[in-house]
Design a protein around this ligand. Structure first.
Ligand code: SF4
Length: 361
């Protein structure tokens, strides 16, 4: 298992790499309205020509989310993206998100072509859980059920007994604990602690974290709420425990969106990636949303509430991928079959228990 300092060094190095990369290649940030309109029009034509549909994650650029909706595609969390893709009539799925999302889409739709604007967009949780280390850890604890988060590679999923999203994780672990099972949980330690607290299960936690959610600060949240005393705090469970302890609602992206729409509050402080604001503002146009404080751009902030890997998805890269058929996701068939088993287990569990499996990633 990685040591904490290894993980921190890896994350810092990855974050720097991504920032350098973004500074060099993120062209859509420099586009004017005319260029954006031109790209969007050309992409819509290509989607039709290639029998393709665009599925975008809530954390991607608002332009991509808008384009997904305008072109008959879909915006959601990773699993709902994959399920939409599986049920779509189109033969090509264009997945705007990070690599494991493309992999999950490919696992659920083995006969479809899956393209991504970039294959370089990864995730700190996926990075922190390499299959060799993880498999050795599981092998050292053969008496434990292996439950992994959707934010993992296909190889890690294939090693697991269960794959879960954030909205179903507590139910699955409670179900396993009721059968007297002990759990290995990976990779997000904050989400793992939250599940452990809620379920009371015996859990061994892997030491991964999301670089976006880990940076939200309880003190900053309380200071912001002092300025907006009527605002409800909505937090994703990948945030640290001190943040979750003061949140009014802890939930997946879909649960956060539902809470914002359904709660009577007129304002909200939101502790998740700010890409979600596109959907929040669309569904609750008369409400006000504030980004939960991080350390700030000039301090130690690595993500500043926006995932650097999600930000690698841009209009121009999407266009190039669709035009040339590049950035095709491929998951080894045998691996995909094995990864499908714990994924299917979750889908069956949710159907039996009438639970939505929508979750952040
Ligand atoms: S927001 Fe966090 S969990 Fe989601 S892709 Fe980025 S690093 Fe991974």
């Amino acid at each position: 298992m990685n040591t904490e300092s290894d993980a921190v060094n890896t994350l810092a190095a990855d974050s720097q790499l991504v920032r350098k990369h973004l500074a060099a290649v993120n062209l859509s940030a420099q586009m004017d309205a005319e260029q954006i309109a031109d790209y969007k029009a050309r992409i819509k034509v290509l989607l039709k020509e290639k029998d393709a549909v665009l599925v975008a994650h809530y954390y991607t650029d608002a332009l991509l989310q808008e384009l997904a909706e305008e072109s008959g595609g879909f915006i959601s969390d990773s699993l709902e993206m994959a399920r939409f893709g599986r049920d779509a009539k189109e033969t090509t799925l264009v997945v705007a998100g990070v690599r494991f999302m493309g992999e999950t889409a490919s696992i659920l739709s083995p006969d479809k072509t899956v393209l991504m604007p970039t294959l370089e967009a990864t995730c700190s949780l996926d990075l922190a859980c390499p299959i060799d280390d993880f498999a050795a850890f599981c092998d050292a604890h053969p008496d434990r059920e292996v439950v992994v988060y959707a934010n993992t590679s296909a190889a890690v999923k294939a090693r697991a007994d269960w794959v879960v999203t954030s909205s179903i994780a507590v139910d699955v672990v409670e179900h396993l604990a009721a059968q007297g099972k002990k759990i290995i949980w990976a990779p997000d330690k904050h989400l793992g602690s939250y599940i452990q607290k809620r379920s009371g299960a015996d859990m061994l936690l892997w030491d991964g974290a999301c670089i976006v959610h880990e940076e939200f600060k309880a003190k900053g949240l309380l200071d912001l709420r002092a300025v907006h005393p009527d605002a409800a705090i909505l937090a994703h469970p990948e945030s640290p425990a001190a943040v979750l302890d003061i949140a009014d609602v802890v939930g997946s992206t879909t649960q956060i969106i539902n809470a914002a729409v359904n709660l009577p509050n007129e304002s909200f402080i939101v502790a998740t990636d700010k890409g979600i604001f596109y959907k929040l503002q669309q569904l609750a146009p008369n409400k006000r949303f504030y980004i939960a404080p991080t350390a700030g751009n000039d301090a130690t902030c690595r993500s500043c509430a926006h995932c650097p890997w999600m930000a690698m998805n841009s209009l121009d890269r999407l266009y190039q991928s669709l035009l040339s058929g590049s950035n095709r996701v491929s998951v080894d068939r045998e691996l995909a079959k094995r990864a499908m088993i714990p994924l299917q287990r979750m889908l069956d569990f949710s159907a039996q228990h009438k639970l939505r499996v929508a979750g952040k990633a």
